[in-house]
Ligand binder design. Structure first.
Ligand SMILES: Nc1ncnc2c1ncn2[C@@H]1O[C@H](COP(=O)(O)OP(=O)(O)O)[C@@H](O)[C@H]1O
Ligand SMILES: [Mg+2]
Length: 247
């Protein structure tokens, strides 16, 4: 039985986003509109839909890299207080990003000359865990993700796309979080590496961690997701949600 599996962690209520391109005569581009879903602790919701449907923008809005124009994003903290990520202050957002909400972006962004082990251990060390323990756990995660030990002390900027992606995932999940957002975590991975990532995500669910992940492959969604939310966008129409189902 998953920990806390019936406790809601996030409730997205009718959010919409329009981008105004100021450098282009204030042209408006719709990001997504009227998006509704909720996720419980220990659940993974798969966000799916064609390219440009607004999936990454939804994750960025939850992480508050983007601001939505309407709707609510209610985040239920473990102390039972509720924060609306659509309207809360920047300092509340920074606070939540420390231990509660994590984001595995699509591409690894790190400084040159930092080894793979250091890159992965850093977010854990920032929470006060010792360097030795952080490096040990980083090595364990990288091994689980199939990164060869000979690469541990090399800069991941020299790695292949799929290797960089796995370093990025390890870096994004090493420090404890309650909700993790994952932008296409298996996009450029072969079958075996995808399998390793999905099994790691399954372990996180068992620990009661909630996730919202962007996935395209139906088989992966079926295996990992508890719910699916599909966005569609036809030609120039606004995107609209079509499915909200339990898998
Ligand atoms: N920062 C931005 N400025 C302007 N338009 C953006 C920005 N981010 C996303 N968009 C637009 O919003 C739409 C959805 O993009 P995105 O969320 O990246 O889609 P997806 O991840 O589903 O492929 C696209 O039409 C994209 O051009
Ligand atoms: Mg995207």
């Amino acid at each position: 039985m998953k920990k806390n599996s019936h406790t809601k962690i996030i409730d997205v209520q009718g959010i919409s986003k329009v981008f105004t391109l100021h450098e282009r005569d204030s042209t408006q581009v719709s990001g997504f509109s009227d998006v509704h879903f909720s996720v419980n602790r220990g659940e993974l919701l798969a966000l799916t839909g064609v390219s440009g449907a607004g999936k990454s923008s939804i994750l960025k809005s939850i992480y508050r890299t983007y601001l939505v124009q309407s709707g609510k994003i209610l985040f239920h903290r473990s102390d039972k207080s509720v924060v609306d990520l659509a309207t809360c202050t920047e300092s509340q957002v920074l606070q939540l990003r420390k231990r509660e909400i994590g984001f595995v972006t699509q591409f690894l962004k790190i400084l040159p000359r930092i080894s793979a082990l250091q890159a992965v251990a850093a977010p854990l060390m920032e929470t006060g865990v010792s360097e030795q323990t952080s490096l040990y756990l980083a090595a364990d995660l990288l091994s689980r993700l199939g990164i060869r030990e000979e690469l541990f002390h090399i800069s991941p900027l020299t790695f292949s796309g799929g290797e960089q992606q796995r370093v990025n995932i390890a870096r994004g999940i090493i420090a404890p979080k309650d909700l993790i957002l994952l932008d296409e975590p298996t996009a450029s991975l072969d079958e075996q590496s995808s399998d390793r990532v999905l099994s790691l995500l399954e372990d996180l669910k068992e620990k009661g961690i909630a996730m919202i992940g962007i996935f395209h492959d139906r088989k992966k969604i079926k295996r990992a997701a508890d719910k699916t939310y599909e966005l569609t966008r036809k030609n120039n129409e606004k995107p609209f949600p079509t499915i909200l189902e339990a898998a």
